[in-house]
Design a protein around this ligand. Structure first.
Ligand code: LMR
Length: 394
């Protein structure tokens, strides 16, 4: 059975994780996979998570199954965190999933079942696993213009012109905040214009929000998504708790489907639970329960928010310091966009060969498309990284 198997193409992010792990040079710098790191290079368990886990350990008396869609308390807590009061809870069907990737997969599976002819509009560029999952499910992908490399920002006019070509029932993927891989986010008026596009075309927004709290703040980062949710009849959301709760390996994600009231909501909820059943039956519970414990306790919420604020502040400071170092090294403002962008990533204007040169000659690891994780920078490595980038791109 396996003799004829051709190994599938490796995801470029997973690829770089392997190369970095195999590099024995002590000075190596990991700016690859999207994992938060402290100034000391660690990815610690957040103190609020530890405290919630201690409470769960103490109080939990059963590891019996919960429900196919996960725990209702987790649904309510995440609905509040993401949607605020943008829509009434009665319109939202929720389903816990293994990570944000699980949520994306379940949303796309649902689309495949309900409207297999729908085209999935994907910003160019996007997280590589978006295209991989769309292709895996045999759905049709259409790219739309998103990033303006010269401006280091969103190609707003290109995006709106392309999306005007969407048809009724098509799905438009949007990054809720901290766009991966560019760090270039939609501004408040863009979300309003997008709502007009959805009204005109009948396409349905699908928002992937994996970095809430890493851009400008928890509410600030969800403001665009909320303004859209308040304006459209239907919307799909895939959210992750990997980054903002640091729960990567616990796999905590959720699908929120904003529907019409009544039958539509019940049907969406039933379909999502059914899809969980077909893939893995019950979603993992531990991480979801940690999130619920934190979000339903004022003291733990405050502790978590403070930790998240500190993470965001460090990433923003790294952006500023690197942009200044690059200005000093190059004598130009061509990397000013790094300071202006938000979240964990920026996309450097480099070729794959230059990424390889940074890796081989300087032990600096970027993803092959030039994506850089700013959380991997430290006060010590920034001058060296800036010098290497300036040299390689000279
Ligand atoms: C990333 O973009 O690096 C992370 O979301 C990890 C992943 O699964 O790709």
């Amino acid at each position: 059975m396996f003799e004829t198997l051709t190994p599938p193409p490796q995801d470029r992010i997973i690829d770089i994780m392997g190369l970095y792990a195999a590099d024995a040079r002590p000075e190596k710098v990991d700016l690859g996979v999207g994992v938060y790191r402290t100034e000391g290079g660690r990815t610690p368990v957040m103190a609020a998570v530890k405290a919630a886990e201690a409470r769960i350990l103490q109080a939990q008396e059963s590891k019996g199954y919960v429900a196919l869609a996960g725990d209702a308390g987790f649904h309510a807590a995440m609905r509040g965190l993401i949607l605020g009061d943008a829509v009434t809870p009665e319109r939202v069907a929720a389903c816990a999933t293994p990570g944000g990737t699980g949520a994306i997969r379940q949303v796309l599976e649902m689309v495949q079942r309900l409207t297999p002819q729908a085209r999935i509009w994907v910003p160019s560029p996007s997280w590589p696993n978006h295209a991989a999952i769309i292709g895996h499910l045999g759905l049709t992908q259409v790219d739309y213009r998103y990033y303006d490399v010269d401006a280091g920002g969103v190609d707003r006019d290109g995006m709106l012109a392309d999306l005007a070509g969407a048809k009724r029932g098509d799905i438009v993927l949007l990054h809720g905040c901290c766009h991966n891989p560019t760090g270039a986010d939609l501004a408040a008026p863009d979300w309003v214009d997008l709502a007009d596009v959805f009204a005109a075309t009948g396409a349905i927004p699908f928002v992937d929000i994996a970095y809430q709290g890493f851009g400008d703040g928890l509410d600030e980062d969800a403001a665009g998504l909320r303004s859209l949710a308040a304006r459209v009849p239907e919307m799909l959301i895939a959210a992750s708790c990997s980054k903002n709760f640091g729960l990567y390996r616990e796999r905590v994600g959720i699908v929120l489907a904003v529907t019409d009231l009544g039958q539509a909501r019940a049907a969406a909820a039933a379909m999502l639970a059914h899809l969980n059943r077909q893939s893995y039956a019950f979603p993992p519970d531990h991480g979801a329960r940690v999130v619920e414990t934190i979000l339903t306790d004022a003291e733990l919420t405050a502790q978590w928010r403070a930790e998240l604020d500190a993470m965001r502040t460090r990433m923003t400071a790294n952006r500023r310091t690197l942009a200044e170092a690059l200005r000093a090294e190059t004598g130009s403002d061509r990397f000013g966009f790094v300071a202006a962008q938000r979240g964990m990533f920026s996309l450097l204007p480099v070729t794959e060969a230059q990424v390889a040169q940074l890796r081989e000659d300087h032990a600096i690891y970027l993803v092959s498309d030039g994506r850089m994780n700013v959380a991997g920078l430290t006060a010590e490595t920034i001058p060296r990284v800036a010098r290497a980038i300036a040299q390689v791109l000279a």
